[in-house]
Design a protein around this ligand. Sequence first.
Ligand code: NAI
Length: 343
Amino acid sequence: MEMEEVAAPGCERAIVAREPSVGYLGIVVVHSTARGPAIGGVRWKRYRDESEALDDAMRLARGMTCKNALAGLPLGGGKSIIVQTGPPSDERVLPFHARAIEALAGAYVGGVDVGTSPETMRLLRRDTRYVHGLPGGAGDPSPLTARGVAAAMRVAVSRRWPGATLSGKRVMIQGCGAVGSALAELARAEGASVLVSDVDEPRARRVAARVDGVVVAPADALLAACDVLAPCALGGVLDDATVRGLRAAVIVGAANNQLAAARHGDELHARGVLYVPDFVANAGGVINGCVELLGWTREQVDRSVDAIAVTVGDVLDRAERTGVPPSRVAEAMVSERLGLPSA
Ligand code: NAI
């Protein structure tokens, strides 16, 4: 197998590995180990080319650094990618990806992500010690991610409409997967009227039926008339078009990298929309992994997920006090926790 260090501005290290005999192309990015080993999922999907995959890995790795730092975890941020070049889930590539991870000697620790499962981690574990999320390990992170997002939503709603709760608020959830569907139930249980949307329409209808909700067509989800928008499908959804057209007053959801660019956070703020940075709200899943990664008890996990609400409160307090958008405040708090000068 061929392995090469490549330039990855802003990241500690990045390697690209190849094994042409099985069509393997892999990338491992270590964004930061300032607070501990760089934790981040192993993503397995198709990309247009190597450079698109490297950009994605760098962006996602940075997001993990931010998430772990603001959750107060002694962990850094990283990401790895298996670029799908042949048929899906061709397991012959896994020993090579495991060797690429092992070559970083623990600076990066992989976990479950888009396209991988606990079973994938079990297979990788044959050739590297540095993966977690195996069958029988910490278990599905989604319920805790949803719990953390719901907690963040409660805080944001009570700030946007002083003293308000979710009761009577219209909450639009984009994506009815593992997190979105659990969030729909939590919001409903607190008296919200729930709107849901999914490109898998039968799935959206099933979730709507469970929460007495309304199904919105995928093309209309981001601009729907609602109080709270919860992006729980994909990243990059807050772009020029949506920021200008959206009708929600609060945005808080599980998807990573919701802002298409940093300036969209500024624009939301200028428009009076309260945006809770994704990496603050969606840390429940990575906190769940601490059972395996750090040997935490379930009580420690619960306490740490409950602390997401406190961190959201801190971010919003500082934003209110300084007039700086919450997205910038959260970034500044990450820099402080990493001991870096503020950007
Ligand atoms: P999932 O794969 O179970 O669900 C995603 C859902 O979004 C699917 O039902 C899919 O059909 C739907 N979807 C895709 N494109 C859509 C579109 N354009 N409009 C409407 N729906 C669309 O994923 P999961 O686990 O629920 O995660 C949701 C998001 O939160 C993802 O972006 C994930 O990366 C992020 N996240 C998840 C965590 C977890 O613990 N599962 C932790 C932190 C972030």
